[in-house]
Write a protein that binds this ligand. Structure first.
Ligand code: 4AD
Ligand code: MG
Length: 460
């Protein structure tokens, strides 16, 4: 018979006289006569119990299988007498596709997440990472669903680009150097300038190109990898991460926050409906109270406070911070945590930051000092969204670019859309890995992306 996914076998309505399951052995247990395999194929959290009886041809071989082996089992799906599972498979034939010896690193004992990072090629076969990557996949689809239901155009922005959207100098260079030849001294070659005609790097954000599309299709979004050569060794920064960036014409900062809030509620609801088994695992083993938190989030309205108000609240808190707070400073993660965990007790939009600490493209407010920016901060993870209303006035944009030392000749196309058919528009970027950290309770960004890229680590 064709392969049945273990998820479907476990959800069967009735006995099945002949079925075939394939997967990887999690445990082998032998009692006096019978042997049991717990078989997992990644389709769901649970493994299915395979019962091997001595009368089966090849019993001895199958009962000696190692943890990690890959097998195909043909047999009958029957009610299980064991507690906690409705069905088990009574094996008629076991075909060993690939045995595993006792050096297989994922033996039954619990492993630390640090150790599992060193075996990123095998960790998807563990309980925790099975759950993480199922949630990650489900949420990717939820993201597309959300925007499709609202008529947003999905646009693929370039990965190689000459533009540093955030202006933070964190672009990786693209080079044409042959890694097998000794390095050439000329910087020109180093930047592949002769190839593209100018210095090019890996994108830090699809926003600038997203804005161009928003002035043609009104509502658009991107969802792709972004790269930052940020030398930060924290649990929240990766050199390669995925970002979702909606951009909306005819939208201001309030509309931008409203979309972000709807979006998060949608994603939380989706995860609760579609990933219940995996989230129950995180609730039990990773973050106590996770499910209750998510249920509250599914209908929550997030608080909004201005940057100035946040600074006042932090100053009057009586808390001593490593970095003292004063108007004009960037909020550090200790401040962000204090705001979400102590002041608000949940997610909060902080808006209207000083222009001097934000990117050139944010719309200058009437006070001439602050910009129409918003960051969504959440407990434990900190900033998960950064967004703004964009500067849509040609003359003001030129002034802001000058203040940020960006020459107009470097972004003629970006300025053009302020000359022809400019309109108020706004958008944001949601860091996909930080979202997953928030929704699963996982504490390190290295544990929510299949193959993390961080300073000193590009293996696998
Ligand atoms: O705040 P950021 O830098 O904003 C932008 O890039 C804007 N262009 C977005 C926009 O308005 N379209 O980044 C947005 C989000 C952050 O809030 C964070 O969640 C995530 O991207 N992020 C990172 N995630 C992991 N590792 C890093 N090094 C990250 N840098 C930013
Ligand atoms: Mg930011």
């Amino acid at each position: 018979p064709p392969r049945t996914r273990i998820k479907d076998a476990l959800a069967a309505e009735r006995e099945v006289s002949e079925l075939c399951v394939k997967g990887w052995v999690r445990t082998v247990r032998r009692s006096k006569e019978v042997a049991f395999l717990a078989l997992n194929d990644g389709s769901c959290f649970a493994s299915i119990q395979i019962v091997l009886e001595p009368t089966m041809a090849g019993f001895e071989e199958a009962a000696r299988l190692g943890t990690g082996a890959c097998v195909a089992v043909a047999g009958t799906l029957v009610p299980s007498p064991a507690s906690g599972q409705r069905w088990e498979v009574k094996a008629a034939r076991v075909e060993i596709l690939g045995d595993a010896d006792e050096e297989y690193p994922l033996q039954k004992k619990r492993h630390s997440l640090e150790y599992l990072r060193t075996i990123a090629h095998l960790r998807p076969r563990s309980n925790t990472f099975g759950a993480v990557f199922r949630v990650r996949s489900a949420l990717s689809f939820a993201i597309h669903n959300f925007f499709r239901e609202r008529g947003f155009l999905y646009v693929h922005t370039p990965i190689i680009t000459a533009n540093d959207c955030e202006g933070a100098g964190e672009m990786f260079r693209v080079t044409t150097l042959d890694p097998l030849k000794p390095p050439v001294k000329e910087a020109k070659v180093d930047w592949a300038e002769d190839f593209f005609g100018e210095k090019a790097g890996l994108t830090v954000s699809g926003q600038l190109q997203g804005e161009l599309f928003a002035t043609a299709f009104a509502d658009i979004y991107t969802f792709g990898p972004t790269f930052r050569a940020e030398n930060s060794h924290t649990s929240r920064h990766a050199s390669e991460f995925w970002m979702i960036e909606p951009e909306m014409a005819f939208c201001d900062l309030a509309g931008d926050c409203a979309l972000a809030e709807d979006f998060l509620r949608y994603l939380v609801t989706f995860a609760l409906n579609e990933c219940g088994e995996d989230l129950a695992f995180f609730d039990e083993r990773v973050e106590k109270g996770l499910l209750a938190k998510l249920e509250a989030l599914a209908t929550a309205r997030f608080e909004r406070i201005s940057y100035s108000e946040a600074v006042e609240r932090l100053q009057s808190s009586g808390q001593s911070f490593e970095f003292p707070v004063e108007w004009g400073c960037d909020l550090q993660s200790e401040h962000e945590r204090y705001l979400t965990e102590k002041v608000v007790g949940g997610p909060v939009f902080v808006t209207d930051y000083p222009a001097a600490i934000k990117a050139f493209y944010m719309r200058l407010n009437d006070d001439g000092k602050t910009v129409a920016a918003m960051d969504l901060l959440v407990p434990r993870v900190g900033e998960i969204i950064g967004g703004s209303q964009r500067e849509d006035r040609h003359d003001v944009l030129l002034q802001r670019m000058a203040a940020c030392k960006i020459v107009p000749e470097s972004l003629p196309w970006y300025l053009d859309i302020r000359r022809w058919g400019s309109c108020p528009h706004a958008g944001f970027g949601l860091g996909f890995e930080r979202l997953i950290m928030y929704l699963t309770g996982m504490e390190n960004i290295r544990d929510v992306i299949p193959f993390p890229r961080t300073p000193g680590n590009a293996k696998f």
